[in-house]
Design a protein around this ligand. Structure first.
Ligand code: PEP
Ligand code: MN
Length: 343
């Protein structure tokens, strides 16, 4: 339930409502807005007595929140959440481009790719230091050395960096070095990791589980919000289906659905969704057209020598051409949606 305060409500009236919520054994989560404050009522198991709260001083209205994901829902917070990472803002009408190799393999490799993608127009650099690999015999990432390389990439290019934390221990290291902490598909329902992310001061990039419904995904985000961290970017990366022509099936319908249901930004990763560079290019264009807030794409200057995911990594020239295409799709889309809204 959401209690919306009068525009002129005093801080005493707000405190009074918070106390009334807590006296009933619930948790109060004030959400200051541009116009007025709203207070979320959390931790209620059954229905909350709305008439009691609507009679309190300073209360304008009481709105039931019908979704199981409360703090994630638009009912709870109607305006878009914007994530600011240095001078990059995610969640506006723009298309934020995240690019880099699957894994950080060496300083030379990371710097070379970073320079290419920056020149092409990338805003944020990606690269795994801790790699969740299907086989224990595959390259597992450089760990802390990889994180140090990432921070040198940031220093030298000015791009913020994102990398994955696989467990609570690696989370502590990733949080120290990276600007944005990724939780990967295999960990979307690792609830202790989600709770750890909830305590972090860093924004979190939460990928959709490969077998997760949208409700399960949004509930995973709810864990992070519930822990106190409201800086979350969702990332659609495809789900496992019965097809063989593609590594996963990119569910682009999740983008408008999530944007309707939630105030959190949502980006698309066509690389892990498809596993093949010839599919990454057209599906990136589709993701830009469907209104995603950003694209995360794997790029490698020598994909044939890549230690992981070479087949889905774009050549730098392909990425450069793609950046121009997706930005122009986004510009057209923005102009047209303005026209649609007008009519
Ligand atoms: C990644 O982005 O490096 C990754 C492993 O992706 P996913 O968790 O979506 O498989
Ligand atoms: Mn990869």
């Amino acid at each position: 339930m959401l209690i919306v305060m009068e525009q002129k409500a005093t801080s005493e009236q707000i405190a009074g409502v918070v106390a009334a919520i807590e006296n009933r054994g619930y948790k109060a989560r004030p959400i200051p807005g541009g116009e007025r404050t709203a207070i979320g009522v959390l931790h209620n198991e059954g229905a909350v007595d709305a008439s009691f709260f609507s009679g309190l001083s300073g209360v304008k209205e009481v709105i039931p929140v019908t979704r199981p994901y409360k703090q994630v829902s638009r009912e709870f917070k109607p305006e878009n959440t914007l994530i600011r990472i240095h001078d990059v803002t995610i969640g506006q009408g723009n298309l934020t481009m995240i690019a880099g190799p699957c894994a950080i393999e060496s300083e030379d490799q990371a710097m070379t790719i970073a320079k290419h993608v920056k020149r092409a127009g990338a805003h944020i650099f990606r690269g795994g230091a801790y790699k969740p690999r299907t086989s224990p015999y595959s390259f597992q990432g450089l760990g802390i050395e990889g994180l140090k390389i990432l921070s040198r990439v940031r220093e030298s290019t000015g791009m913020p960096v994102v990398t994955e934390a696989m467990d609570e221990e690696s989370f502590n290291h990733v949080e120290e070095y990276a600007d944005l902490v990724q939780i990967g598909t295999r960990n979307m329902q690792n609830f202790s990791l989600l709770r750890r992310a909830g305590k972090s001061k860093r924004p979190i990039l939460l990928k959709r589980g490969m077998a997760a419904t949208i409700e399960e995904w949004l509930m995973a985000a709810e864990y992070i919000l519930e822990g106190g961290n409201s800086q979350i970017i969702l990332c659609e990366r495809g789900v496992r289906t019965f097809v063989h022509h593609s590594r996963n099936t990119l569910d682009l319908s999740s983008v408008p659905f999530v944007q309707n249901e939630s105030h959190l930004p949502i980006i698309v990763d066509p690389s892990h969704a498809t596993g093949r560079r010839d599919q990454v290019i057209p599906l990136s264009r589709a993701a830009a057209a469907v209104g995603a807030h950003g694209l995360m794409i794997e790029v490698h200057h020598e994909p044939d020598k890549a230690l992981s995911d070479g087949a889905q990594s774009l050549y730098p020239e392909q990425y450069e051409a793609l950046c121009l295409q997706v930005q122009s799709i986004r510009d057209t889309f923005q102009n047209e949606s303005r026209d649609v809204q007008k009519s």
